[in-house]
Write a protein that binds this ligand. Structure first.
Ligand SMILES: *[C@@H]1O[C@H](CO)[C@@H](O)[C@H](O)[C@H]1NC(C)=O
Ligand SMILES: *[C@@H]1O[C@H](CO)[C@@H](O)[C@H](O)[C@H]1NC(C)=O
Ligand SMILES: *[C@@H]1O[C@H](CO)[C@@H](O)[C@H](O)[C@H]1NC(C)=O
Ligand SMILES: *[C@@H]1O[C@H](CO)[C@@H](O)[C@H](O)[C@H]1NC(C)=O
Length: 825
């Protein structure tokens, strides 16, 4: 065996043993088309690139900026999105010709709408790239007609449809951050549509105001009368590193009218500061991807406004990871009111200012200030301090998912406490719903919203309607923020830890917490089923009693046959465990397979009852009961169907009594959605399978359709459950023994290596590097891998081989970046 593979295994082990590495696995997964999460979609053959979204005040109308068109979609119906109006707005043949003559790709020359904002109660202001010659227009929001001939769009909209920009209209004035030239190297933050004595304003061309920025977002804070812009740019203050990217927040005052001589028609209130998403002794997550504003809770001061941002890293050690950080408005304000750096124009070096402070940069109301003061403001715009995240730590880190968009909502739970819920979009097209707890982030679920990777996408949350809209080139998708009825037992409802959902003990249903007055069973912080669902506290032992074990599902076997018993997972966070009444499952006789199933050779000693238990968060439930019996006649292969004795009831608890709401849907169609996705090493089952098996338990033991992931054996109604491959058992036995021997020798060698490592080397290898590639797998891994391959193929995805790279740390992080330059941040 190669030394290399042992080494990497040791690393993997060390990574697993590391104290705070918790994996952020969504508890439940809904791949595209899952019945438990029904999505409403709008797409049309003559509409494409539906990526700019604007939601009407009441949330009944969704305006969409698409390619060569603006759409008005009626989203007030629950089950449909209806196209109300469409405005075609495309460049002429001549424009397109010129665009392609200038060397642009024809596919990038149409008019991609990039600005879509309400101007007033009757009109929308829209701008598009218009064949690399941006234009803007006024659109009547009722009739969707263009009312005035198009405006010039320079400085309001990018030329290139792939360039990011931001725009916001406040009091009829348009504030934008975009590039203002064809080549894309004149970035500007500016104000347009100003009237009367107010002038349109822009940034001075002074060196260093913006350094090759990527604009992300802008936010208006009414109490401050300020607009905040978020972007990333080259951090010239760190001139010792080539092209070090920093994330920034910048501000301008709405009252700004520019200076009288100095800074005429230029911002006098522009200031910028670094946003730092970094844990102590870690490399910073320095590249901002998206940010959303969480207004303060009712009654709290505006200073408690929070900004939740997604950040990724410029360095490859952290590639594929993303972090969420939150920043408090108060902290941003105090950084802007502190000291500023100065740029030495000869050496182009930034330093902390030493000369006397003549004015307060970033202060509103400087229009009457002296030239001296304005000159000072013009030179001092980069705050000396950085804005640090709330609690000086990262809110959440995901090692497995590259998040790119988020929205945030405060949700009042049944206990009247507020919880922060994040909706995060992954590059692979899944929407994650995460609740932030004291103990870290908990991902309640993931829902697949698009299939192909999308270069441009956007997301809008409608809090009053409880809906999220995602716009991509595949169309617009409407996702309800929760579907509580998916959880059909109290235990499932509580284990989900979804602040939107609680268990109604009267109607025995998991319901939306905001829709009901009754006191609901819910425990977001701990997810404690035993305390919350008082009627399901019985353990399986108490339920069945030592002598009252029910017969279970009958499995008829011949002696010496290899039996494989399946056990569905209750969720992706549950662990499966097999038990036999009055006897232990010795590892000499039983093989626990990666998918939770149990394999053994039928001998007189192994006949009898088997229970599969699923444990999640300290709560245990029975997922399956089998009775393995010797076939009466070894020749007869007649399928045996076993019916639960009508008199006996294990359905005494809520956990099993109520049939799930989706019971009538065909179970047989489900296993397609059983997802094994990238980064998963074990084939996990989506929780829908639980319903399948629960139904089996609650009704009787018929109709259970279950696909074995590995052998594609189908266990249908009345068929014996184990794989009936009579005479191959010798082979199986040999395989099992070989596996055992291999495992043991591997373990010993590994121990040896760990010890050797300790003595011979001081520098621990990098944890979290992908370790296992196909020719370095142990036989067990190989099996898990091929199983994974199989499931992945069924899902049309290539599996991810980096087992240990799927580990991240939430809350306080410990670093492993010893080899990299330390940032003086
Ligand atoms: C919610 O879940 C139930 C049960 O699985 C399903 O029947 C229903 O269609 C789902 N509703 C939505 C809107 O996804
Ligand atoms: C427009 O959509 C197509 C797919 O339909 C995609 O390939 C292209 O990148 C999109 N362009 C923009 C600018 O979003
Ligand atoms: C909204 O703005 C448009 C364009 O300036 C103007 O024609 C229209 O009268 C305004 N509507 C209202 C209600 O102020
Ligand atoms: C400041 O400027 C405003 C107009 O910009 C003017 O109305 C006001 O009188 C000025 N105040 C002082 C103290 O000069």
């Amino acid at each position: 065996m190669k030394i290399h593979s042992l080494l990497s295994l040791t690393v993997a082990l060390l990574a697993f043993l590391s104290p705070c590495l918790t994996r952020l696995t969504p508890r439940v997964s809904f791949p595209m088309g899952s019945p438990g999460r029904h999505l409403t979609r709008f797409s049309s053959h003559d509409v494409s690139n539906t990526t700019t979204l604007l939601l009407s005040e009441g949330g009944d109308m969704l305006y969409v900026g698409a390619r060569d068109a603006v759409l008005a979609l009626d989203v007030s119906r629950k089950d449909a999105i209806i196209l109300r109006n469409k405005l075609d707005w495309s460049p002429s043949e001549k424009d397109l010709e010129q665009c392609s003559m200038k060397g642009k790709k024809m596919a990038d020359c149409p008019n991609f709408i990039r600005v879509l904002q309400f101007l007033n109660t009757s009109h929308i202001y829209a701008c598009g790239t218009f064949a690399f010659s941006p234009r803007c227009t006024y659109i009547n929001s009722e009739t969707l007609t263009m009312s005035i001939k198009p405006d010039e769009g320079r400085g309001r909209c990018p030329y290139d449809p792939y360039q990011r920009n931001t725009a916001i209209i406040v009091d009829g004035e348009l504030y934008t951050g975009t590039v203002a030239d064809y080549r894309g190297n004149r970035p500007v933050i500016s104000r347009h549509l100003s009237e009367g004595r107010r002038f349109d304003l822009k940034l001075d061309d002074t060196l260093g105001w913006l350094e090759d920025p990527t604009f992300i977002s802008s936010s208006f804070i009414p109490d401050e009368e300020k607009i905040y812009f978020f972007f990333s740019e080259v951090g010239r203050e760190y001139d010792f590193i080539d092209k070090f990217i920093v994330s920034r927040v910048s501000q301008i005052c709405m009252s700004d009218v520019g200076g009288q001589r100095t800074l005429q028609r230029r911002w006098t209130t522009f200031a910028k500061a670094q946003l730092l998403c970094q844990a102590d002794n870690e490399l910073p997550y320095n590249v901002i991807q998206d940010i959303d504003t969480l207004p303060p809770a009712e009654g709290a001061p505006a200073d408690d406004t929070l900004f939740y941002g997604i950040f990724t890293s410029q360095w490859s050690v952290n590639s594929g990871r993303s972090a969420v950080c939150s920043f408090r408005l108060n902290d941003i304000k105090s950084v802007f009111s502190g000291n500023y750096k100065v740029l030495n124009r000869d050496t182009l070096q930034w330093s902390t200012r030493v000369q006397e402070k003549v004015a307060n940069p970033g202060e509103c109301g400087l229009h009457n200030a002296t030239d001296n003061a304005l000159r000072f403001v013009k030179e001092n715009f980069l705050a000396d301090d950085s804005v640090r995240p709330v609690g000086r730590s990262l809110t959440m880190v995901s090692a497995e998912h590259n998040y790119n968009h988020l929205t945030v909502q405060r949700v009042q739970a049944a206990n009247n406490r507020d919880y922060t819920v994040l909706f995060l979009l992954t590059d692979s097209g899944y929407l994650h719903k995460a609740v932030l707890l004291q103990s870290g982030a908990h991902i309640i679920e993931e829902v697949q919203v698009f299939e192909q990777p999308q270069p441009i996408k956007s997301m809008k949350l409608s809090i009053p309607k409880g809906l999220i809209y995602v716009g991509t080139s595949e169309g617009v998708v409407k996702v309800p923020t929760a579907n509580c009825s998916f959880y059909w037992t109290c235990a499932q409802c509580v284990l989900a830890r979804d602040p939107f959902c609680g268990w109604d003990p009267v109607n025995r249903a998991c319901v939306e917490a905001s829709n009901t007055q009754t006191s609901l069973g819910q425990d977001i912080d701990r997810g404690n089923v035993e305390e919350t669902c008082t009627s399901v506290t019985l353990t399986h032992r108490a339920r069945f009693g030592p002598n009252k074990l029910p017969a279970g599902e009958l499995v008829s076997v011949s002696l010496n046959e290899v039996v494989r018993l399946q056990c569905p997972a209750a969720s992706r966070l549950s662990q499966q465990l097999w038990e036999r009444p009055n006897s232990r499952l010795s590892s000499d006789l039983y093989l626990h397979l990666g998918d939770g199933s149990l394999s053994f050779v039928a001998t007189p000693a192994t006949l009898g009852h088997y229970l599969c238990l699923s444990t999640e968060n300290g709560y245990q439930q029975t997922m399956a009961i089998y009775h393995v019996k010797q076939k009466s006649s070894p020749m007869a292969q007649t399928p045996t169907s076993y019916t639960w004795p009508q008199t006996h009831s294990i359905t005494t608890t809520q956990a099993m009594a109520r049939p799930g709401p989706g019971m009538h849907t065909s179970v047989g169609t489900w296993p397609k959605g059983k997802a094994t996705r990238q980064g998963e090493t074990e084939p996990t089952l989506s929780s829908r399978d639980t319903q399948v098996i629960t139904r089996q338990l609650s009704r009787n033991l018929t109709q259970w359709t279950k696909e074995s992931g590995q052998k594609e054996t189908k266990f249908r109604e009345g068929e014996p459950l184990q794989s009936a491959r009579g005479p191959c058992y010798v082979k199986e036995l040999v395989v099992v023994s070989v596996l055992l021997v291999l495992c043991l020798s591997l373990l010993i060698t590994m121990l040896f290596y760990v010890i050797r490592q300790r003595f011979h080397s001081r520098t621990a290898p990098q944890a979290g590097t992908p370790i296992i590639d196909s020719d370095r797998r142990t036989p067990v891994e190989q099996e898990a891998y091929s199983e994974n391959q199989f499931l992945s193929k069924r899902n049309g995805k290539t599996p991810h081989s980096g087992q240990a790279s799927g580990l991240g740390c939430n809350g306080a992080l410990t670093g492993s970046n010893g080899h990299l330059p330390n940032m003086p941040i």
